[in-house]
Design a protein around this ligand. Structure first.
Ligand code: SF4
Length: 376
């Protein structure tokens, strides 16, 4: 492949490489499907490419390493992860600012549990959502009739909310699949509609985003999911994505930061919207848990998924003032293996102890395990 030797090679600013203990991933925020594991050395190679011409970078390597460097360039160019730029223009492409943006919303994400009773308080719920400038809403519907569900969905027709996900406890016989499909398409803000828990065998997917499933929906368990999205990545670099500007409204109208939180900050049925907003603003300035990022947590700080994973596995303080996950994650970043994969080992089996007493790591043991697992 031909390369302009007197030019510089830059990573597109919508791509980022996150390195973990064993692995690194290249995140492509515009084309998430292109994101992939890459060698950890690629990051330092790209850093030198940003300040030296291609010729200077290649001259730095001996013959064998030069071949690897050319392979890196081939990979980056073939996959369109970066571009060549002249000396004159090389400073015209600033990197994306990853500081947390000051945005006006008080709450950006609400989980709303709703049944026939809560439906009576829709006016207050809407008032709160509008005043807090909520962007995303997850509605968990229990025991709603067709008419109630329709009323609920239509009530968001002129809402400020940009995206709505609906989880509906499906009641066989009272709702036919056709009716559900019609209701689910009443509002274009609905991005996902899942009816769950029906007493039947089939799981049907009407389309990619509307699914009817007999599986149970476990509200308490949110599995690790990878969200390759630039604003989520920036949020993860700065705050706790499970708590920051999040609100949970329970069936009895209680407002909490999130489902597993003990502290009730108000009630939608009894408190005035203005008073609730005062609570949130106070939480924002005082609740230090909102600002715990993954890089503050033992083990997570060594994980390449730390800016794209979403988990409700919240950290606890250890005796040394650090933070640890009480429940071990299903992914072990020291060996790059997840539960169920061949060769997976727990942290303890790898010589990593992370608990209320503190954090300890046996690098030698991990090196031996990785040799066994990954070297041919
Ligand atoms: S260890 Fe688990 S919870 Fe922590 S960043 Fe990695 S995937 Fe997320």
């Amino acid at each position: 492949m031909y390369y302009p030797l007197n030019e510089y090679f830059k990573l597109f600013s919508d791509c980022s490489i996150v390195t973990g203990y064993r692995n690194a991933i290249l995140l492509d925020f515009t084309r998430p499907n292109k994101s992939n594991f890459v060698p950890k050395e690629l990051l330092s190679f790209l850093n030198s490419c940003a300040n030296k011409t291609v010729e200077d970078v290649l001259n730095h390597y001996n013959n064998e390493d030069k071949q690897v460097a050319i392979e890196y360039l081939d990979f980056m160019v073939e996959n369109e992860f970066g571009f060549f730029v002249s000396d004159k223009l090389k400073n015209n492409f600033p990197t994306i600012n990853t500081n947390l943006k000051k945005s006006p919303e008080i709450i950006d994400n609400v989980v709303l549990e709703i049944d026939g009773n809560n439906l009576k308080h829709l006016k207050s719920i809407h008032s709160l959502i509008e005043k807090c400038l909520v962007a995303s809403l997850e509605i968990r519907c229990l025991s709603l009739t067709n008419q109630e569900l329709e009323q609920l969905i239509l009530s968001f027709s002129a809402s400020i909310v940009q995206s709505i996900n609906i989880y509906l406890k499906y009641i066989p016989n009272s709702m036919q699949l056709d009716d559900l499909e019609k209701i689910a398409t009443l509002n274009s803000r609905i991005k996902k509609f899942i009816a769950y828990g029906g007493d039947y065998n089939a799981t049907s997917t009407i389309n990619r985003d509307i699914q009817i499933t007999s599986k149970k929906f476990n509200e308490n368990k949110i599995v690790r999911a990878n969200i390759i999205n630039l604003s989520y990545h920036i949020e993860s670099l700065n705050v706790c994505t499970y708590r920051y500007k999040k609100l949970y409204i329970s069936l009895n109208g209680d407002l909490k930061n999130h489902l597993s939180c003990d502290k009730v900050i108000g009630n939608i049925r009894t408190d005035k919207t203005e008073k609730l907003i005062e609570f949130f603003i106070e939480e924002h300035s005082k609740n230090e848990n909102w600002f715990i990022k993954k890089s503050n947590i033992d083990v997570c700080r060594d994980c390449e998924f730390r800016t794209v994973c979403f988990t409700n596995n919240l950290p606890l303080k250890n005796n040394q003032g650090g933070l640890y996950l009480e429940t071990e994650c299903t992914y072990n970043p020291y060996i790059g293996k997840a539960v169920g994969e061949e060769g997976y080992k727990t942290l303890e089996d790898c010589g990593v102890i992370s608990n209320e007493k503190g954090f300890k790591i046996d690098h030698e043991k991990i090196t031996l395990i990785n040799k066994e697992l990954w070297e041919e």
